[in-house]
Structures are given as structure tokens and as C-alpha cells.
Design a protein around this ligand. Structure first.
Ligand code: ATP
Length: 216
């Protein structure tokens, strides 16, 4: 019997409870058997915006975050590629592993509203049903403009999820400001951020090093 599989792509810089909540809610709503998280390379337009974690740090955080859910897993295809891959490249590679299954691509509705800037959006929609998970403040009417430009517009499927007002950007900003992000991310992710000194900025890391040296 064929399975229904969700692919959840993102930069996950870092993964947070908002991501986990939409993966879980979409999985249940669409009766998916499984959700595969696919952390990507950081796309060029995101690179400059703030202190970011390496692909391996982001992968490690996704791995610990999904561990307790037996229907979640992680695929490192894009991390191993060592570059930002276009979704239209990644999806056929993943589907090839079990072409008999039904595949869904989960993404935030705000990302879907930018779909015309993605590479070959119509081709992508031929390959996979796109699930648009709503996020705080999002008006679904914002997807309507896609109808005129995309032949496969009917392959976009909105799913109303709990509104969780957390973004990776706000988490990175809080860390830079020395604020707590505990409970915005799973406890094990928080542990990795603390242990590896992620997102605090080069100057703060240097301060901590010299403080340690002074106390030795
Ligand atoms: P950033 O702030 O760095 O852009 P992000 O969390 O918005 O981070 P990704 O890590 O790439 O971005 O997120 C993966 C997907 O999850 C995206 O499609 C994004 O729209 C969606 N997403 C992220 N946070 C939420 C949220 N709180 N509710 C609904 N969708 C979300």
C-alpha cells in the first residue's frame, strides 16, 4: 500500500516549536504517514541578514528536535549538496526513492505567496502538492494572485494551523540581544545553542572566551 509523505523544507536556523507544530498539524489534517524534514543550504538572499549557524549545526538541531516523534525524520540531501538547492531539484530526487507514494511539500503560506520567485513553480506543482500552512497574521487571499500565473494553482492546498508567532529571525535577534529563547525551541535544541554558542555574535563569543581565560 502506498504511503502519504510530507516533505518539510526550510533553513531551520534554528528549528523552533512553530515548525514542529505545523508539521504535526499538517500531518494529522492530511492523514500523512510521515514527515521528512529537509534542512537546506542558506539561500543567497538570506545569507547577509544576521549571525547564522552552519549547515551541520542546523542539521544537528533538526535531528534532536524530531527525535521524539516516530513519524518525523530528517534527510540531509541538501546539506550534503553543500549549496542551496532549488526545491524543484530536491523533490524529484526524494520522490525517486519511493515513486509509488503520494508526496506533499509543506511550507509556510507566506513562502507560498512568493512562489513566482521560485524556480519553475508550475513544474514543481506538477511534481508535488504544495501545502500552505498559515502563520500569524496571514490572509489566505494573498495567495489569490497566483491563480492568474500558475496553471497548477489547484495543487496548492491551504491548511489552517495554530498561529504561533515565532520565527527563526526573532530567535536569532533575541540571542544577539542576550535574551532567553528557552521554550521557543525544544529543550535539546536550546542545549545545542547554549553549548555551541550559536547566534550570539563573534564579539560576544570573544568576550566569553576572555572571561573564561581570566577566571582560569
Ligand atoms: P527566518 O525567520 O530565518 O526566515 P523561518 O522560521 O521563517 O525563518 P524557515 O526555517 O525556512 O524560515 O521555515 C521553514 C518553513 O516554515 C517556511 O516555509 C516558513 O514559512 C514556515 N514557518 C516558520 N515559522 C512558522 C510559524 N510560526 N508558523 C507557520 N509557518 C512557519
Amino acid at each position: 500500500m502506498s504511503a502519504r509523505i510530507g516533505i518539510f523544507g526550510g533553513t531551520f536556523d534554528p528549528i523552533h516549536v512553530g515548525h514542529l507544530i505545523i508539521a504535526e498539524q499538517v500531518m494529522v489534517e492530511l492523514r500523512l504517514d510521515h514527515v521528512v524534514f529537509v534542512p537546506g543550504g542558506i539561500p543567497p538572499h538570506k545569507e547577509a541578514s544576521s549571525v547564522r549557524a552552519s549547515a551541520l549545526d542546523r542539521l544537528a538541531m533538526v535531528e534532536v528536535a524530531v527525535k521524539s516523534n516516530e513519524r518525523f525524520s530528517v534527510d540531509r540531501i541538501e546539506v550534503d549538496a553543500g549549496r542551496a538547492m532549488h526545491t524543484v531539484e530536491t523533490v524529484p530526487l526524494l520522490k525517486r526513492r519511493s515513486p509509488e507514494d503520494e508526496w506533499f511539500f509543506i511550507t509556510g503560506a507566506d513562502e507560498v505567496s512568493n512562489l513566482l520567485t521560485w524556480r519553475d513553480p508550475d513544474l514543481l506543482l506538477e511534481e508535488i502538492v504544495m501545502v500552505a500552512a498559515t502563520r500569524p497574521g496571514f490572509d489566505l487571499a494573498k495567495l489569490q494572485h497566483l491563480e492568474d500565473s500558475l496553471q497548477n494553482f489547484d495543487r496548492i492546498f491551504p491548511v489552517e494551523c495554530s498561529r504561533v508567532d515565532i520565527s527563526a529571525t526573532s530567535i536569532r535577534r533575541r540571542l544577539l540581544q542576550g535574551k532567553s529563547v528557552r521554550y521557543l525551541v525544544p529543550e535539546e535544541v536550546y542545549g545545542i545553542i547554549e553549548e555551541r554558542g550559536l547566534y550570539v555574535g563573534e564579539s560576544k563569543r570573544k568576550d566569553e572566551r576572555s572571561l573564561k581565560e581570566e577566571t582560569l
